[in-house]
Write a protein that binds this ligand. Structure first.
Ligand SMILES: *Cc1c(COP(=O)(O)O)cnc(C)c1O
Length: 453
């Protein structure tokens, strides 16, 4: 298994060819199979003696890969798609082949240096100080959780170790499920739900009103507020400046969840929406969403990394050699130790293309979104539900029931034409386009809208 023989050489070359083919082609949308269908088509794949490389490769190529949707298809507009640049996707292959340990400076200094340069670009977009820093983690879920764990530890330290009867964090209805899940299920922290404005934005004013309704005891437990820079369902940016001013007044930690929409910081046409983000104590953005990196990759940044390190550094005798003063250990900044250097594909693409190419690609998707919005406004069978901030268009097909949406979605996926799932807004079924892929065209949107007539 560990020697490079002629047969491992042939296997490696076959896989490299497949990678290159995948980068070169417009992959079909593909489909999702049932466990029974897969069991029938693939059978038992793990056996005592092995299938051999040719058969295992064949199995992947002809059965398993086509049973995975191509999230980078231009008409895959559900959830938040992915759209890795060729450079990022290609470099991911090399990262996989290179046995890089991304947890510590001692073991991965070159990788950590490169990742930190990519993080610096993001920190500058946010407006965080030179002393800020962080780590690339698996996704927004782990990024949000790690930030909030650091926030709570900092609050507890500031109180001299005194805990309130219940810790709590301020969120709103459009706050991502991962934030609420992390707080309630993982951290056992209460969420204080503040109603959003008519577009679902959390505002400073609404938080102040809600604070007036709480008991002293409830108020005492609040240690953070989460602002969303681009909500997943609606693509709306909260009133970050207003929220930041309440946070500052109350002594709360301000976490900004920009998993999807944080990318828009690099797009001048929408940058003003993020006013106040420079006050964030922590911030996340998923390059695997709108920054063209492959899965999985979340950039997590702290205004004061010392606070994060105090919360997250793991201590054990065998770890002493990596805990060196002045060295940047990525494992100190999130709930993980061993780590793939998952920021490297993103870094490589940034290094190759430069940041202007990112700005151009983001502005392109925003322009396609604006033109898509005009199509919706002009059509009689659909109606826009929420004025967009970024690159999500949420709309309804007039006269359709839940089952009409479901049937239409299934038909378009079966036909390999588009993947556009139903969503919900204000208790009503509807659908949405999430446009992060620079290869999605206005024509694609027009064709999909036509298929709803
Ligand atoms: C996608 C998303 C998350 C969760 O990120 P994962 O990478 O899926 O873990 C969190 N917040 C927002 C706003 C998101 O869009």
């Amino acid at each position: 298994m560990h020697t490079y023989t002629p047969s491992s050489a042939a296997m490696a070359r076959a896989l490299a060819d497949l990678c290159i083919d995948r980068l070169a082609m417009q992959a079909p949308l593909d489909s999702s199979l049932t466990p029974e269908q897969l069991s029938e088509a693939a059978g038992q794949t793990v056996t005592p003696t092995g299938l051999g490389a040719p058969q295992a490769v064949q199995l992947w190529e002809s059965v398993l890969a086509p049973a995975c949707l191509s999230v980078d298809h231009p008409r895959y507009l559900s959830f938040i798609p992915g759209a890795p640049s060729k450079a990022a996707a290609a470099f991911d292959m090399l990262v996989g082949a290179s046995s890089v340990y991304g947890g510590s400076w001692l073991e991965g200094s070159g990788a950590v240096y490169a990742e930190n340069q990519a993080l610096r670009w993001i920190a500058d977009l946010v407006g965080l100080p030179e002393s800020s820093g962080g780590v690339f983690v698996q996704g927004g879920t782990i990024g949000n959780l790690s930030a909030l764990v650091a926030a709570r530890a900092a609050a507890q330290h500031r109180r001299g170790g005194r805990r309130p009867s219940r810790w709590a964090v301020v969120v709103t209805g459009e706050t991502h499920s991962s934030v609420k899940h992390g707080l309630e299920t993982v951290m056992d922290v209460d969420v204080i739900l503040v109603p959003g404005d008519p577009r679902g934005r959390l505002t400073g004013e609404a938080i102040r009103t809600r604070l007036g309704e709480l008991t002293d005891d409830e108020r005492d437990g609040i240690f953070a507020v989460v602002a969303t820079a681009g909500s997943t369902n609606l693509g709306i940016v909260d009133d970050i400046a207003g929220i930041a001013s309440v946070a500052q007044q109350q002594g709360w930690w301000l976490h900004v969840d920009g998993a999807y929409g944080g990318a828009g910081l690099a797009a001048p046409s929408v940058r003003a929406l993020y006013a106040g983000i420079e006050h964030a104590d922590s911030f996340i953005v998923d390059p695997h969403k709108w920054l063209f990196a492959p899965y999985d990759c979340c950039a997590l940044l702290y205004r004061d990394p010392v606070l994060a390190r105090a919360a997250h550094t793991q201590k054990a005798g065998y770890l002493d050699p990596v805990t060196v003063e002045g060295e940047w250990n990525p494992s100190d900044f999130a709930i993980q130790l061993t780590r793939r250097a998952r920021g490297l594909p993103f870094w490589f693409s940034l290094a190759v293309h430069g940041t202007q190419a990112y700005t151009d690609a983001l502005e392109h998707t925003l322009s396609v979104t604006r033109q898509g919005r005009e199509l919706i406004d002009a059509a009689e069978h659909v109606r826009l539900l929420v004025e967009p901030d970024l690159s999500v268009l949420i709309f309804e097909r007039l006269g359709w029931s839940d089952s009409d949406y479901g049937a239409w979605t299934a038909r378009q996926l079966d036909a390999g034409f588009a993947f556009v799932t139903p969503s919900r807004h204000d208790g009503k079924v509807c659908t949405r386009f999430a446009i992060v892929n620079p290869t999605t065209t206005v024509r694609d949107l027009a064709d999909i809208l036509d298929s709803m007539r």
